[in-house]
Design a binder for this molecule. Structure first.
Ligand code: ATP
Length: 435
């Protein structure tokens, strides 16, 4: 008999089906036994009656342990009292794999198990359908964003994660012993993205791991995260990049509402489809923040509290969950960003905040070799020590710009999760090394 998925049971009322999954809950009474079975599509009440179920199967339920894998032959019937509207009457049940008892964590919806313990036993944790929904949404985000880039003429590239170039400062890098020579885990695909804009692709993107050796134990930082990076050539201004990002989020949220409707409902999350994302210069944002008693110096970036407060103000003023902050001081930004022609103290840079947290940062890049060299020197870097980077600008390079997102941050903010670790299957932070 072919397997029927739990989500399809309603189409098989009163006919014999085979269902397979994990035992979520058990209630053993003398003449009737309830078993909630779960597969990847949902959960369902199944019932064994002493009078109707094969006697060996009826008795076997007494010995079953939670989270064992079983298969059930039974008949789905209407039952208005069950929260599913139907239930499956068990004829026969077979154990495929027995789960050891007791379980190391409680993975039910009522669980009080703390996040650390849940992460230690993540494979049990993700069997919970709410937890699974987070990763189904995350998976859809990757699909939708990939399609969006594809439809807009971007080529998906994979750049090396073991690298020696594009290293701006030693501080954030993990050093790897590479046949007794030092190599580094890539902290960003920045140079490689620019390399292949110049390499004739014009538009490239990459979704891949990014490593940061930062000892920050916060709700939004990890030492390994998944970057969504893109770069586009032949732009007329950094605003072309903003427009692309705006369209990406309109597409992402509207497509998610269609393709992840079940998961968003399960997670109780609703978003308005953005239209125009408000744009504020950093100076304008700082002025608005004075109304919340937040004050910054002229060369200062916003801190986490400032990001949260400016998002609140924008939500009140413009009804938007997103806001672009533009024109960051040259002092706090990397040397490869293009300076603004009208005010050389700021760069053509931007951050995108989503529900109070930065999820993306980008800029127009400096593509004129002489200016690029000058700016490197201005930041105390030796342009001669970066020949691979310089080569990008030596043989014909179009004006270009791009940005980097954290997939984990997008998922976190989209699903309003308190901690970024909830949005990552197996997070890495300064203390967490396993599983
Ligand atoms: P933050 O100010 O939040 O530390 P950042 O300015 O260091 O971020 P960028 O280097 O500009 O961030 O990286 C681009 C994007 O990558 C960020 O907007 C964020 O979404 C994500 N990101 C950066 N660092 C981390 C991290 N340690 N953990 C998870 N995501 C990160």
């Amino acid at each position: 008999m072919k397997r029927t998925l739990i989500k399809d049971l309603k189409q098989h009322l009163n006919t014999e089906v085979l269902i397979q999954g994990w035992v979520q809950e058990l209630r053993n009474l003398s003449k009737i036994k309830f078993l909630i079975l779960r597969d990847r599509t949902g959960d369902m009440q199944t019932v064994a009656f002493k009078s109707e179920t094969e006697i060996s199967s009826f008795e076997l339920i007494n010995e079953l342990t939670k989270e064992s894998v079983v298969e059930i032959v039974g008949i789905p019937k209407e039952n208005r009292e069950s929260r599913w509207g139907i239930e499956v009457g068990i004829k026969k049940i077979t154990v495929i794999s027995t789960a050891a008892a007791p379980l190391p964590i409680d993975n039910t919806d009522k669980s009080q198990t703390n996040l650390d313990k849940r992460l230690d036993h993540r494979l049990l944790d993700t069997r919970n359908l709410h937890k699974q929904a987070i990763f189904k949404v995350r998976s859809k985000i990757v699909k939708i964003v990939t399609n969006f880039f594809d439809q807009n003429g971007f080529t998906n590239i994979n750049s090396p994660k073991l690298t020696k170039i594009g290293v701006e400062s030693g501080a954030e890098l993990f050093e790897v012993n590479y046949f007794d020579r030092p190599m580094y885990l890539a902290q960003s695909p920045q140079v490689y993205k620019q390399m292949f804009v110049g390499g004739g692709f014009e538009r490239v993107f990459e979704i891949g791991p990014v490593f940061r050796a930062e000892k920050s134990n916060t709700m939004r930082h990890l030492t390994e995260f998944t970057g969504v990076d893109f770069e586009m050539g032949f732009i007329s201004d950094y605003t072309d990049v903003l427009e692309l990002i705006e369209n990406m989020f309109i597409d992402l949220i509207s497509t998610l509402q269609k393709e992840a409707a079940e998961e968003l409902k399960l997670l109780n999350v609703e978003h308005r489809i953005p239209t125009k994302i408000p744009r504020l210069t950093l100076d304008e944002a700082k002025k608005l923040l004075t109304s919340k008693d937040k004050r910054y110096g002229s060369d200062e970036d916003l801190d986490a509290e400032g990001e949260r407060l400016i998002s609140e103000i924008v939500k009140e003023k413009f009804g938007s969950e997103f806001v672009f902050i533009t024109h960051f001081p040259w002092k706090v930004k990397p040397f490869y960003q293009m300076k603004d022609e009208k005010n050389k103290n700021v760069t053509k840079s931007f951050d995108l905040l989503f529900n109070g947290v930065e999820i993306c940062s980008g800029s127009q890049r400096e593509h004129r070799l002489d200016v690029w060299r000058k700016q490197a020197a201005e930041k105390g870097l030796d342009p001669e020590a970066m020949p691979e980077y310089a080569e990008i600008f030596m043989y014909g390079c179009p004006p270009h710009g791009g940005a980097g997102f954290g997939l984990d941050r997008i998922t976190q903010r989209l699903l309003l999760l308190n901690n970024i670790r909830e949005a990552v299957l197996l997070p890495r932070d300064p203390v967490r090394e396993k599983p």
